[in-house]
Design a protein around this ligand. Structure first.
Ligand code: NG6
Ligand code: CA
Length: 516
């Protein structure tokens, strides 16, 4: 059931159904296939609100993202649904808040596929209107049938082909989790029969070195917290694996490998509408950029990883330009959650910040209920359909991409799918000035917040105030209700006791969304 509060807002406004290539807006017509824009998501990992030059970053140059922003809309009040990857991506790809579904916390590399084949996804939506679809990059939503049952030496019983993706070339989870191989169309890419793959998140395989027992085998990127299990390419990871041989990725080549596969997909599909979900490994740990990007800015590896990300963005844009596709390609660039500096490897990211603030002016980081956990960069560019050079402070959420883009393509979403996704296409394309009445944000310990344009309510939680496993990261937890005035930007003064009516109003919104 669609949420009554949102329904009231939406039913009183005219929704844009499509925008064609000549920048006119015919009312209530779905685009013909020849005019449907290609859609490319460039989805970064752990890239913060303040990490890009066009968002005020210091110490790092991001000329390609700056160019993308100049060619479209830069959003200053856009939100991911969660402060970690798996729930954020689950929500974005299905249009259902992850907290409605069990098993959507940060997934192990041998998690079973969390989005089930019968669920409707972003890729299904595009496919239903004739798009060719692909996912390239970090997946982190599980594969195969059940956790721990995958045979990585055979085709997986279910993979992204069952979720509407015609092609996929992905990392099962994250670069810091085994298995350290790419999966291409449900099978390990470059499979090496001489080195069968075994994976366990329970115990090590006999005789295999780990970061804990064999620190002398580690490259100079040592774990600072956790990450002391199997060693692959001289880097210890979360989880145990054996084998892999020639199929093992090389960390310094991940960005190039993903970008090359993304470009190949674009080239192969240049004559028909395509949807590409390009989910970069940057700037997640272990940060291990290629030599070309090392030592290029004062922030060390984290800064180099941002530059590497920017390079990949440039490569995608250049490819589209070269093929004459840029004009009618809608690019959405964003991040799955807020930034983190020390995320478990001693890469000196903390010491080398040199005044850079990864979350910009916001309080909190990845994992946090504070704004820095979920307010993320978001840029939308579509030369044929969106005005250029705009900055938008509209309140928007990634949860709405599915319904909004369905409205753009003319897809008819089956009933009872994407229950939390609403059509805010006009806001995302800069055609109208409609804020989302509220967005819901999920912290890593499941604390929920309600954010309106002016206020934010964080529900009480018994969780600790700081992350428990090491670095100094604020969780945003408090046993008391918290109410912040967002005009003050930084969540410092708690107005809850002074403004009980506002607290009740926001609590009611949260309750009704929960019940919805
Ligand atoms: C944490 C890991 C962190 C990162 C995160 C997931 C430790 C100490 N920390 O458990 O390094 O992998 O999970 O990040 O192991 S995410 O962006 O994919 O959600
Ligand atoms: Ca992430």
């Amino acid at each position: 059931m669609k949420h009554p509060l949102l329904f009231t807002v939406l039913s009183s406004t005219v929704c844009i159904t499509t925008v064609n290539a000549t920048n006119k807006t015919p009312e209530n017509t779905a685009p013909t296939k020849s005019k449907a824009p290609n859609v490319v998501f460039i989805y970064a990992d752990d890239l913060g609100y303040g990490d890009l030059q066009c968002y005020g970053a210091k110490n790092v140059e991001t000329p390609n993202v700056n160019r993308l922003a100049k060619s479209g809309i830069l959003f200053t009040n856009a939100h991911a649904t969660a402060a970690t990857s798996t729930p954020s991506r689950y929500s974005m790809l299905t249009g259902e808040y992850a907290w409605r579904k069990k098993g959507t916390d940060v997934a192990a590399g041998n998690a079973g596929m969390i989005i089930r084949p019968e669920q409707y996804t972003m890729a299904d939506m595009f496919k239903s209107t004739g798009y060719t679809t692909a996912a390239v990059g970090k997946w982190h939503l599980g594969l195969g049938d059940k956790a721990g049952t995958q045979d990585w030496n055979a085709p997986l019983p279910c993979a992204l082909g069952d979720l509407g993706f015609d092609y996929h070339y992905i990392m099962a989870a994250t670069a810091d989790r085994v298995p350290c191989v790419y999966i291409e169309n449900g099978k390990v890419a470059n499979y090496d029969p001489s080195a069968p793959i075994e994976v366990s998140y329970q115990k090590n395989f006999e005789g295999e070195p780990t970061g804990k027992s064999n620190p002398e085998m580690l490259y100079n990127l040592k774990p600072s917290h956790g990450h002391d299990m199997s060693i692959v390419n001289g880097i210890s990871r979360i989880g145990y694996m054996k084998g892999g041989g020639k199929a093992l990725w090389k960390d310094e080549n991940i960005a190039d490998s993903l970008t090359t596969h993304a470009i190949q997909f674009i080239e192969e599909n240049k004559d028909k509408p395509f949807f590409l979900y390009f989910a970069t490994n940057d700037v997640h740990v272990p940060r291990f950029p290629h030599d070309r990007f090392r030592g290029k800015n004062p922030m060390g590896l984290r800064g180099d990883a941002i530059v590497q990300f920017d390079y990949c963005v440039g490569e995608i844009m250049n490819t589209l330009e070269k093929l004459g596709l840029r004009e009618n390609t809608l690019i959405i660039l964003s991040s799955d959650n807020g930034p983190v500096v020390d995320d478990g490897y001693d890469d000196k990211a903390e010491e080398l910040l040199n005044g850079h603030s990864p979350a910009g002016p916001l309080r909190g980081n990845k994992y946090s209920a504070f704004e820095g956990g979920t307010r993320i960069p978001a840029i939308v560019s579509w030369p044929a359909g969106v005005k250029k050079g705009i900055t938008s402070d509209l309140l928007v959420s990634q949860i709405d991409w599915l319904a909004s883009l369905a409205s753009l393509t003319g897809a008819i979403m089956p009933k009872n799918t994407a229950p939390d996704s609403y059509n805010f296409l006009g806001s995302w394309l800069g055609k109208d000035k409609k804020d989302r009445p509220w967005v819901i944000e999920q912290a890593s310990n499941h604390t929920l917040s309600v954010r309106t344009k002016d206020w934010k309510y964080i529900e009480p939680s018994n969780g600790p105030k700081m992350i428990q496993w090491g670095p100094k990261i604020e969780t945003g937890n408090s046993k008391e209700p918290q109410l912040y005035k967002m005009q003050e930007v930084k969540e410092v003064t708690n107005y809850a006791s002074q403004m009980p009516e506002k607290v009740t109003e926001l609590q009611n919104i949260l309750q009704s969304v929960r019940d919805g």
